[in-house]
Design a protein around this ligand. Sequence first.
Ligand code: CTP
Length: 400
Amino acid sequence: MLSGKRIILGVTGGIAAYKAAFLLRALQKAGAEVRVTMTPAATRFVGTETFSSLSKHEVAVDVFPENESATQSWTQHISWGEWADLFIIAPCTANTLAKIATGAADNMLTSTVLAARCPLLICPTMDGEMYKSPAVQKNLSTVQEFGYHVLEPEEGYLASGLEGKGRLPETNLILEKCSTVLRQHQSEGPLTGKKVVVTAGPTREHIDPVRFISNPSSGKMGLAMAEAARNMGAEVTLIHGPITMNAPTDIISIEIKSTEELFEQVKNHSDADVIVMAAAVSDFTPEKKHAEKVKKDKANSSIKLKQTPDILAWLGDHKKNGQVLIGFAMETENLIENAEKKLKKKKADWIIANSLNEDDSGFESDRNKVHLLGKKDAVQIEGLKSEVAREVLSHIFDNS
Ligand code: CTP
């Protein structure tokens, strides 16, 4: 359950902060990618270097970092909140719990709590009498009313030398609770039990072993669609051309190079409940592919091309009962008009149209601005590709 999951580990200022380093390692061993945010008080118990070395990522403490960098900026709580599948606060002090219960955002950890879109698991850890206090108990009820998960502390010997209920549970129990929380959230998704196939990235049409026709697709939008479908509970297969990113391990990943290979794989998976054609498929391929490198003094100055099969149109013609077919349209002019034509011609249920002429959208950008066309009026969605993907799928599956 934890394999391939992106987890934010929040560490607050209690003596059990040292145990968070073991928790981090255990999460990594279970296959999760972990980033750490600490409260300033937590850094008095364990240095940030311990967590940055283990997580191989800078640790976020202040909302306004001393040195702004690619990985440390004052908007990091937003991007991390978007990135994560799960946020665990272990240990969580009475002070941080109170802040969460009242919506305070005075450091990176508490700000990230508010920005997070993923489930939050709080592991309250403190002295037994503090834990029993009416204020802490009220705050625990409040955060549970918010929909946050709480793992009760264990009874036992505390740092104060006293016995009581307040110890951070053993690492394996925290891991089990993480899996339960993730499963619970997954089983609530609108795509639970559905098979979703997403194609992504470019295709390559080889002229000879060292030259090919392709396009600058990064596969980011397709990967975002795959992750959004996975987050809604779907079993996702990603069929992708050459891209530099890796899909999380809970997404089945199939690599292809040419349109022919893509078509073959799509046909093999064409019984899926939902198919998203986000791949930037090459429309043409050389008529002749040379087995050996063509020497330039022997090469023709023109290459004869033939059209590749239109995979989305084929899917439209072979649509299964109840299947939802989602295509993309990349345009440089007459965006809506051209996208509407593609919607009809390819018999898709939805087309996600984007323009190459817009700022902050298109092939390599992290953001996108799209128009979603279906049977009703088009809706415009803009934001990080991950946000756009989630909103597109919510719109489609909450309306269906
Ligand atoms: N597509 C496909 N097979 C192709 C070409 C495109 O399945 N051979 C799919 C894309 O994955 C996308 C949709 O069709 O979902 C529209 O792709 P786009 O490149 O915008 O349009 P084309 O059909 O290629 O038409 P044109 O190049 O004339 O705009």
